[in-house]
Design a protein around this ligand. Structure first.
Ligand code: ADP
Length: 486
């Protein structure tokens, strides 16, 4: 083979290599005009060889990096190579590609530098991986949890800042040591269990235990341990995240203490209500007695009316005090109930009579077809429920004078309803009104009360194994229902 053929063959091999390599290979003149452009360059930058060849190399240089070209060409002109120069180039669609480029002078047969060849490699993945590692390292280092990795033999391979903070050993002291460094001797068998799980590919989650610090202090921690796999999926170690939960213990203790204090205060409040209502009851009873005597002695009409009014107010006050006393009895678990056969219609009628009598001008109608129905319970307490509901039906319906009472039997219970045409109750308050001291104040600031009437009704009905609830719409009246087993 002659020299010419040899040369031609070499040329062909070179061309084949350039055409098939994954690296981008581009050559350009000293003026920067592109003279060759391999398929990998097409791939990387999106321009075909036809589009690129003959154009200035600035075709792929982002505007803010144009001066790099002067530096590179300067190096080339002085016969120097530019090695692994990390920069950014721009593709046809405008995407910026981080690359590592090596530029070498092209020398003709007479030894003159006539251009440059560039080999570029896309380093986005490499960059991403470096960034990912940096992000992970930042997360590990800023975490409040101790993050530790170890081999399957228990040798510590990494140790973050929080591990130092929690356990007291710094990275240099811990890495290379066995994990038993921080395990209390009586818990050493936990490690075999954890490693056993890890070897099976399982995670150990929120394992609460104790570990030992450098100064020998035991701290409660919650451990989560996960297997570490190599690229082939083999388990080669474990990463553990340890959270110091001594803070949680402290908070729990604080909460428990607060709860105790609250219980104490609540008990004191109940005690006070009991005492106050008891102390109020005694003078009220004497006032009531003296009022009785006065009403018999006073003869002139005007004074009679004053005495009458005073008696009415005393009765109201007595009812309030009696309710308060009941509340404190409920709290102390001392509210007594009798359990006798009672004619429910009679009890309902008695309550209606009583309320009608003391509230002139009201029309309270009873709708029922029950006559002789007997049930078991405390007649006095059931009447108290009726009186409370009827009183509310009057108080919360200013200007309205009609109240309907329903009494019926439904399978094995009695159902009683008290319906008014008053202010009504918003749907979101319907469940709260039976709570102790709860009042829907904002709606009826002019109607005073203690918020215990319905609470007492609830307790009495519950103690009879019944149910109580309200149906209502704002400004359209309310119906209070309760049931009692037959
Ligand atoms: P009090 O009437 O003393 O506030 P209750 O326990 O009897 O206490 O009632 C609790 C709350 O329920 C009342 O403050 C009132 O807002 C509401 N309520 C009770 N009955 C009615 C009713 N018939 N119509 C509208 N609201 C009512």
């Amino acid at each position: 083979m002659d020299t010419f053929n040899l040369l031609e063959e070499k040329q062909a091999i070179l061309s084949a290599i350039i055409a098939s390599t994954d690296d981008t290979i581009v050559s350009k003149s000293l003026e920067g005009i592109i003279t060759s452009w391999n398929p990998a360059a097409e791939n990387m930058f999106g321009y075909t060889a036809e589009e690129a060849i003959g154009k200035h190399i600035s075709l792929i240089i982002p505007d803010d990096r144009l001066e790099e070209e002067n530096f590179i060409i300067g190096q080339i002109k002085s016969g120097k190579k530019v090695d692994h120069f990390e920069t950014v180039r721009q593709s046809k669609s405008g995407i910026l590609i981080p690359i590592s480029v090596t530029v070498s002078p092209i020398i003709d047969s007479r030894g003159n530098i006539i251009g440059a060849s560039k080999i570029a490699r896309d380093i986005s993945e490499q960059k991403r991986s470096v960034e990912r590692k940096a992000t992970l390292a930042a997360i590990v280092n800023t975490s409040d949890d101790a993050i530790i990795s170890k081999t399957l033999d228990g040798i510590i391979t990494s140790w973050n800042r929080s591990a130092t903070k929690i356990f007291g050993y710094d990275e240099g002291e811990a890495v290379g040591k066995h994990i038993s460094l921080i395990i209390p001797p009586d818990r050493i068998q936990e490690e075999s269990f954890i490693i056993g799980e890890i070897k099976k590919g399982n995670k150990v989650d929120h394992f609460q235990t104790f570990r030992r610090t450098k100064i020998g202090e035991l701290i409660p921690i919650s451990l989560s341990v996960s297997p570490i796999e190599d690229d082939n999926g083999n388990i080669i170690g474990a990463s553990k995240i340890a959270r110091d939960i001594s803070g949680d213990h402290a908070t729990q203790k604080e909460k428990a203490d607060l709860y105790e204090q609250l219980k104490d205060l609540n008990a004191k409040k109940d005690e006070f209500i009991a005492l106050a209502s008891h102390e109020l009851k005694t003078p009220l009873t004497s006032i009531h007695g003296y009022m009785q005597i006065l009403s018999q002695r006073v003869t002139d009409e005007k004074n009679k009316m004053f005495v009458q009014k005073t008696k009415k107010q005393v009765a109201k006050l007595s009812a309030l005090v009696a309710d308060l006393l009941d509340v404190s009895k409920i709290e102390a678990g001392k509210l007594q109930f009798s359990n006798e056969a009672l004619a429910i219609r009679e009890v309902v009628e008695d309550a209606i009579d009583l309320i009608s009598h003391s509230n002139e001008g009201y029309e309270i109608s009873l709708h029922t077809d029950l006559n002789e129905q007997l049930i078991y319970g405390d007649a006095h307490r059931i009447e108290q429920v009726m009186i409370n509901l009827l009183t509310n039906a009057i108080r919360y319906a200013p200007g309205q004078h009609k109240i309907e009472v329903y009494l019926s039997r439904e399978s094995d219970f009695i159902k009683i309803g008290v319906k008014d045409h008053g202010v009504g109750i918003a749907p979101d308050k319907l469940n709260d009104i039976f709570s102790r001291f709860y009042r829907v104040d904002d709606k009826n600031p002019q109607i005073s009360g203690l918020g215990i009437g319905l609470y007492l009704c609830y307790e009495i009905v519950m103690r009879h194994q019944g149910k109580i609830w309200a149906e209502s719409k704002l400004n359209q009246g309310s119906t209070f229902w309760f049931t009692l087993p037959c």
